[in-house]
Design a protein around this ligand. Structure first.
Ligand code: DAT
Ligand code: MG
Length: 149
């Protein structure tokens, strides 16, 4: 089954949005197989955002993402990467459609509530950065007979 890495960022945690974010993905039929609450250490922030470290916005992004705890998750489901990116919405909340997480809950690009992997390759890389294999607990959910044809 496809997997992705999702993370409620410090603004989402401070604003009490962890539960709502989880509920959206659960109701969609996706399955959380790992989750943990933690303040990211600097070395994992640098690894996670390797593609952005040289960009002008990176210092601000780094201090924001390390400003408080995040809620990190691995989710499973068919086409989970594309589905969760759609549910998350555009990077800039001002352009994110209503009904998406960023469209419903955020205003600015620098405080956009949630991270989601953007491809299967990125997902595999990000899961490996943040989770040890034994932290992931795959299981069958009883409603799967009514989610998959
Ligand atoms: P996404 O989080 O939608 O995958 P991204 O990978 O391009 O977007 O960027 C990672 C994060 O960096 C993004 O969630 C917010 C921040 N960011 C991206 N572009 C930015 C910009 N031009 N100014 C400020 N922050 C930016
Ligand atoms: Mg990205």
């Amino acid at each position: 089954m496809d997997r992705t890495f999702l993370m409620v960022k410090p603004d989402g945690v401070q604003r009490g949005l962890i539960g709502d974010v989880i509920a959206r993905f659960e109701k969609k039929g996706l399955k959380m197989v790992a989750g943990k609450f933690e303040k990211l250490p600097e070395e994992r922030v640098l690894e996670h955002y390797a593609e952005h470290v040289e960009k002008p916005f990176f210092p601000g992004l780094k201090s924001y993402i390390m400003s408080g705890p995040c809620f990190l998750m691995v989710w499973e489901g068919k086409d989970v990467v594309a589905i969760t990116r759609q549910m998350i919405g555009a990077t800039n909340p001002a352009e994110a459609a209503p009904g998406t997480i960023r469209g419903d809950y955020a205003l600015e690009i620098g405080m956009n509530v949630i991270h989601g992997s953007d491809s299967d390759e990125t997902a595999a890389r990000e899961i490996a950065i943040h989770f040890a294999p034994e932290e992931i607990a795959p299981y069958a959910r009883i409603d799967e007979a009514f989610l998959y044809e």
